[in-house]
Design a protein around this ligand. Structure first.
Ligand SMILES: [Zn+2]
Length: 407
């Protein structure tokens, strides 16, 4: 079955969303802010206009249902943005899903349908994947009581009340209802652009493994303590970072990435030798064997540092999840659609960023499609993609949807 999108209409929708909470050439729409809610109500209106039942659930997710009794696909992404960030991160996947839902209706197919979701708080203003975790049943009422906006401190409970959503039931996804879940997103990296490609077929979403590494030394006077007798925890930390940069390239995978994102020196004063230092070390990869190899290397470097002295080093795991594998059938449908509209300009690739699709992959077959990000820039207001790439992507997405629903 061939489903044809109206790419100009999808582009118009994206420009409309860009006009809500505009910040320079990007947008500022934190979760459950006034502007964020305007976009959620807008989406509900657009879905009702094509005959869907649509509403905002008790955590802020936009949910839609079609009367279709045949194959149904769950599709969408998120509407809120990082603070002062880009106009496409999230909105793109929602608009592609909406456009595909319209295209199925316009094709006269009432037996099948695309049910569009806008997952609340993918960007984690109130934690991580708040909306998706609610849909999977993972998010408890106690979690909601504990969460607050990381910027303003407004409690999540209060934000829900302010949005008029107190007492509204939280939706749970019934996996049996769907043949699968599809999410489109900008790549947020520069790989597609660097390869002169227009469509990425996502094979997996990387796992994120993160550790806290602590160095214990002796705090002392920075002027009177001879170099030879110092136990400087800051020096031990810097050496460790250096060893990571030497060793990781020898054991990593082709697309592994690693980051020391936070360093603390205690007490943290110019004239005091740090007695204690700590750092986070995070790495990401889609391959379990590679993740295990990197983890083993961290352990070896800790042992090495302890053996060398004079400071002691310990490490603990902060976060370890599994790579989310994308469904082979959905990848094949995206590839076939790419073959029609972007011949020779599509390729399979992993996702280096986390997405709602990884949460839905716990419940049902899930897939993702990427379009290029200019200069690989994202989580910044200059984030952009050419109109041509946006419109082409809408067509590829709708075509893949048609293939999946026709099964
Ligand atoms: Zn996103």
């Amino acid at each position: 079955m061939t489903i044809k999108a109206n790419p100009e209409r999808a582009l118009r929708d994206l420009y409309h969303l860009r006009s809500i909470g505009t910040y320079k050439t990007g947008v500022h729409r934190p979760t459950l802010s006034e502007d964020d809610l305007i976009t959620r109500h807008w989406l509900v209106g657009e879905l009702k206009a094509i005959g869907h039942e649509a509403w905002i659930d008790g955590i802020g997710n936009v949910i839609s249902k079609t009367p279709a009794t045949g194959n149904k696909l769950l599709a969408g992404s998120h509407l809120e943005t990082q603070s002062h960030a880009g106009w496409l991160d999230g909105a793109l996947g929602v608009v592609y899903a909406l456009e595909a839902a319209r295209a199925v209706v316009e094709a006269g197919r009432k037996d099948i349908g695309v049910e569009v979701f806008a997952f609340a708080d993918e960007e984690g203003h109130f934690g991580s994947f708040t909306g998706s975790r609610s849909l999977t049943g993972e998010l408890t009422e106690a979690d909601i009581d504990q969460r607050a906006d990381r910027t303003t401190g407004r409690p999540l409970r209060q934000a829900i009340a302010d949005a008029g959503l107190s007492g509204v039931p939280r939706h749970r996804v019934d996996p049996a209802r769907y043949i699968g879940m599809l999410e489109a997103h900008i790549e947020q990296g520069d790989w597609l652009e660097s390869q002169k490609l227009q469509v990425g077929v996502v094979t997996s979403i990387v796992a994120i493994w993160q550790y806290k590494i602590v160095f214990e030394g002796v705090q002392n006077h920075a002027g009177t303590t001879r170099m030879a007798i110092r136990k400087d925890a800051g020096v031990a930390l810097r050496r460790f970072c250096q060893r990571v940069e030497e060793r990781f390239p020898q054991v990593c995978g082709e697309r592994s990435v690693w980051t020391v994102g936070k360093i603390d020196l205690e007490p943290g004063a110019p004239s005091i030798i740090p007695g204690r230092a700590s750092m986070t070390l995070q790495f990401r990869d889609a391959d379990m064997a590679t993740l295990l190899r990197l983890e083993q290397t961290v352990g070896e470097l800790v042992d090495e540092a302890n053996a060398a002295g004079p400071c002691t080093v310990s490490w603990e795991t902060m976060n370890k999840n599994k790579p989310a594998l994308m469904d082979e059938g959905i990848q094949a449908a995206l590839e076939a659609a790419g073959g029609v509209y972007a011949p020779g300009k599509h390729a399979r690739m992993p996702s280096g960023a986390g997405h709602d699709a990884q949460m839905m992959a716990q419940l049902m077959p899930a897939g993702m499609m990427f379009i290029p990000s200019i200069g690989g820039i994202s989580h910044h207001w200059t984030e952009d993609t050419s109109d041509a790439d946006i419109m082409l992507g809408a067509q590829v997405y709708a075509d893949a949807v048609g293939r999946l629903l026709a099964r």
